[in-house]
Design a protein around this ligand. Structure first.
Ligand code: NAD
Length: 264
């Protein structure tokens, strides 16, 4: 699992561990990653292995895969979860931020699949790939064009991969969480008006007040794997966006043109 050192990754690692899974946890944040492993061991799970990996860096992902494959023939479940947030209108978003979010959120997922799927396929015993997308993969708002682009791409890639892997008995799921209370906003890049003083704090407080927990996302992820769901919207707002985009796209277009309350 990538991005295991915090939020949704950590909660999902704990949920899989409670089911008896042996886990390989990776993150760029070694401290957070070790903390997740510690939580698993205190909860009575199998000792989880921790690896440093930057998903944006192909060589780093390949080195992680080599370390894993030196001990086991293939993963049963691969979760490409590492991601960052980038907010700001198009005219305010730097190319550096575009590259960073595409390298982590999209290429991180592609790197993970590239490094681990060949062995899963060769083993011939099936398996599952979980890619963390977002409700931003259903509805792209003008305040997060780069993030939404990365998540639309993850969603599209996941759809193609699911069809491709079906013949190998490997399920593929895109998870679309919604507004989840994790440190993601605090660590996000915010540019333009979104970067104005106090805006990030307001968004952080909004996520905290919403308080939809990563543990609830983890429960849904486990059930999506069991049922081999193609797409798993999680919170009510994610389900709303999933259906509204299909059935009332004009309403969604009107809503996305509204100014965000944080900016008023
Ligand atoms: N929290 C939400 O509201 C929300 C909503 C939709 C989708 N998501 C997605 O869920 C995933 C997890 O996010 P979260 O909310 O748990 O956030 P988080 O910030 O709590 O966790 C993200 C983890 O990814 C790691 N990470 C960041 N860049 C990395 C890199 N280059 N290589 C390896 N690891 C890296 C971070 O160190 C962190 O541990 C992300 O893909 C995010 O886009 C989150």
């Amino acid at each position: 699992m990538t991005g295991a050192g915090s939020g949704i990754g950590r909660a999902t690692a704990l949920a899989f561990a409670a089911e008896g899974a042996h886990l390989w946890l990776s993150d760029v944040n070694d401290e957070g990653n070790r903390e997740t492993a510690g939580l698993i061991s205190r909860a009575g799970g199998h000792q989880a292995r921790t690896l440093h990996c930057d998903v944006a860096d192909e060589a780093s992902v390949r080195a992680m895969a080599e370390e894993v494959h030196a001990e086991i023939p293939a993963l049963d479940i691969l979760m490409n979860n590492a991601g960052i947030g980038v907010a700001g209108r198009f005219l305010d978003t730097t190319l550096g931020s575009w590259r960073k979010v595409m390298d982590i959120n999209l290429m991180g997922v592609v790197h993970g699949c590239h490094a681990f799927l060949p062995k899963m396929v060769a083993r011939g015993q099936g398996g599952h790939v979980i890619n963390t997308a977002s409700a931003a993969a259903f509805v792209a708002t003008p305040d997060m064009p780069a993030y939404a682009t990365s998540k639309f791409a993850v969603q599209g890639f996941t759809e193609a991969l699911r069809a491709d892997m079906a013949g190998h008995g490997i399920g593929v799921t895109a998870v679309c969480p919604g507004i989840i209370n994790t440190p993601i906003v605090a660590n996000s890049i915010m540019e333009g008006q979104m970067g104005d003083e106090g805006v990030k704090d307001k968004v952080v407080r909004f996520y905290q007040k919403r308080n939809y927990t990563a543990e609830r996302v983890a429960d849904k992820i486990l059930s999506a794997v069991r049922r081999n769901r193609a797409v798993q919207p999680v919170s009510p707002e994610a389900w709303f966006m999933y259906y509204a985009k299909r059935f009332t796209p004009r309403l969604i277009a009107r809503l996305t043109r509204r100014e965000l309350p944080f900016l008023k």
